[in-house]
Design a protein around this ligand. Structure first.
Ligand SMILES: Nc1ncnc2c1ncn2[C@@H]1O[C@H](COP(=O)(O)OP(=O)(O)OP(=O)(O)O)[C@@H](O)[C@H]1O
Ligand SMILES: [Mg+2]
Length: 224
C-alpha cells in the first residue's frame, strides 16, 4: 500500500470544534469518497461523522450504530448541498475482517454516496484506491496547561447549580460525557483523489480550532 500523500494535524478543544471541522470537510466531499475513522472508544468518531453529515446536508440522526452496522443518510433537497451525495455510515467495530466487510456490500453504495467507516482501519482500504484517514486522539502533553487524561476534581458540573460541596463527592457525575476535552485530529490523504489537501483543511479556515493555550474556564465557584 502506498503511504499518505499529505497529513494535517489539527487541535480541537471542544466537541463543537470537531463537529465544525468535519462540517467543513462535508462541504467538499464527493460521491465515491471513502473516509476511514480511527480512534479509541469515545474519541469522537461519531461526533465527527455528525458534523460531516451536517456539512453534506444529509438527513440528520447520525448515531453510534450499535446493532445496525450500516446506515444510509440521504441527501436533503433543502440542505446546503441539494443533489449532493448521500452518506453511508458504517461501524466496523464488530466486524472481524475485510471478508465480513465484503458481506455488507459497500461497493454497491459507494458509487452514489460518501462512505464513512468507524473502526475501518485494516478492514476497508481495499474498497477504494483513494481514501481519507481521520484519526482522533485524546491530546496528551499538548500546550502547557491543557489537562491531559482524567479531569482533575471529577465534578465537572459548571452549570451553576447550587450544590453543597460536601455532597458532591458521593454524587455520580452524569455530565462526564458532555465535558469538552482537547483532541488532536490527524487527517491523511491517500491516492489520486486526495493528491491535494482540501482547502477546507488549510490552517486558520476552521474557526476556533487553532491551538491556543488553554485558559482555565471561569468556573462559578465562589465561596461566600
Ligand atoms: N474535542 C472533542 N471532540 C469530540 N468529542 C468530544 C470532544 N470533547 C468531548 N467530546 C465528547 O466525547 C464523546 C465522543 O463520543 P463519540 O460517540 O463521538 O465517540 P466515538 O469515537 O464514536 O465512540 P465509539 O468508539 O464508541 O464509537 C461525546 O460525548 C463528545 O461530546
Ligand atoms: Mg462511534
Amino acid at each position: 500500500m502506498n503511504g499518505p500523500v499529505w497529513e494535517r494535524s489539527i487541535q480541537v478543544l471542544t466537541a463543537a470544534q470537531t463537529h465544525a471541522l468535519a462540517a467543513a470537510l462535508g462541504a467538499v466531499v464527493e460521491t465515491g469518497d471513502l473516509l476511514v475513522l480511527t480512534g479509541e472508544l469515545g474519541a469522537g468518531k461519531t461526533t465527527f461523522t455528525q458534523g460531516l453529515g451536517e456539512g453534506m446536508g444529509v438527513r440528520p440522526g447520525i448515531i453510534s450504530p450499535t446493532f445496525v452496522l450500516v446506515r444510509i443518510h440521504p441527501n436533503q433537497a433543502d440542505g446546503p448541498r441539494p443533489g449532493g451525495p448521500d452518506l453511508v455510515h458504517v461501524d466496523a467495530y464488530r466486524l472481524e475482517s475485510a471478508a465480513e466487510i465484503d458481506d455488507i456490500d459497500l461497493e454497491n453504495t459507494m458509487d452514489s454516496a460518501v462512505t464513512v467507516v468507524e473502526w475501518g482501519r485494516g478492514r476497508v482500504e481495499h474498497l477504494s484506491e483513494s481514501r481519507l484517514e481521520v484519526e482522533l486522539h485524546r491530546s496528551r502533553g499538548g500546550a502547557a496547561g491543557v489537562p491531559a487524561g482524567p479531569t482533575p476534581g471529577g465534578h465537572g458540573s459548571d452549570h451553576g447549580h447550587a450544590v453543597d460541596p460536601a455532597a458532591t463527592s458521593s454524587v455520580l457525575d452524569f455530565d462526564t460525557d458532555d465535558d469538552d476535552e482537547p483532541r488532536t485530529v490527524v487527517i491523511r490523504g491517500f491516492g489520486l483523489r486526495w493528491a491535494e489537501p482540501p482547502a477546507a483543511l488549510a490552517a486558520g479556515t476552521i474557526s476556533g480550532s487553532e491551538p491556543r493555550p488553554a485558559t482555565t474556564p471561569e468556573t462559578p465557584e465562589r465561596n461566600s
